[in-house]
Ligand binder design. Sequence first.
Ligand SMILES: [Zn+2]
Ligand SMILES: [Zn+2]
Length: 273
Amino acid sequence: MTLRLFDTHCHLNMDEFADDRPAVLTRARRAGVQGLVVVGFDLASSRAAVALAESFDGVFAAVGVHPHDAPSLTAAALQELKSLARSPRVVAWGEIGLDYYRDRSPRDEQRRAFQLQIAAAQAEGLPVIVHSRDAAEDTWAVLAETVGAGAVGPSPGIMHCFSYDAGWAERFLSLGFYLSFAGNITFPSAGALRNAARAVPGDRLLSETDAPYLAPVPHRGHRNEPAYVEFVVRQLALARGTDVESQAAQVFENAVAVFRLQKSAMARAGDLG
Ligand SMILES: [Zn+2]
Ligand SMILES: [Zn+2]
């Protein structure tokens, strides 16, 4: 039986997919992926994400500036992101956040871009997709102060590629966030991450690839692609002691909920690719 899968976070807008995007989408569809979100990380990749979402059924977009590129978030860039965000195919604002692991931008610049974009997402009525690496404390502080202030609708958003422990999982869950797990949950060393996945209520769990990065076992070390989200869902089922069909069905429903996808949009998503 083919699983019904959703990849909540991939970068088909990157050059790594320039030569074979249609084939990648066909493989995703064959693997059971009925919806995926192409996520922006700067202005150009956000434009590309929207263009892809407008070209392929079952493909949705998120627009935003990654903490690595925080200094590029000028007033003009923010303005263009806001107009891109009004495409009906845009379902979230991201990826935004804090990355103190690579520290490619000054931390005060990262916090500035994060706060500005949370405000923009709230103004546009979109959930945020948060990237947070070695920055749990500051990410929490910014979100508690902004999202916690309650200006967002049913869900403030997603902690993408969740990589913290079960204690942090509880804290982000308490702000209303969904936690999305990526291919690193399949790595043998990821026991703490599997524990965190066990701590998440079933209705707040999501699956993603973050392709082209972080390919799950058995594809580790190669280019990742949305079809491989299946291995993430299988690992989630294993870690949580659920059967894989109902785990897949649940994370799919959760994706539909967090992105507030219309039933009509998902009906068309059966034709992904
Ligand atoms: Zn990220
Ligand atoms: Zn990403």
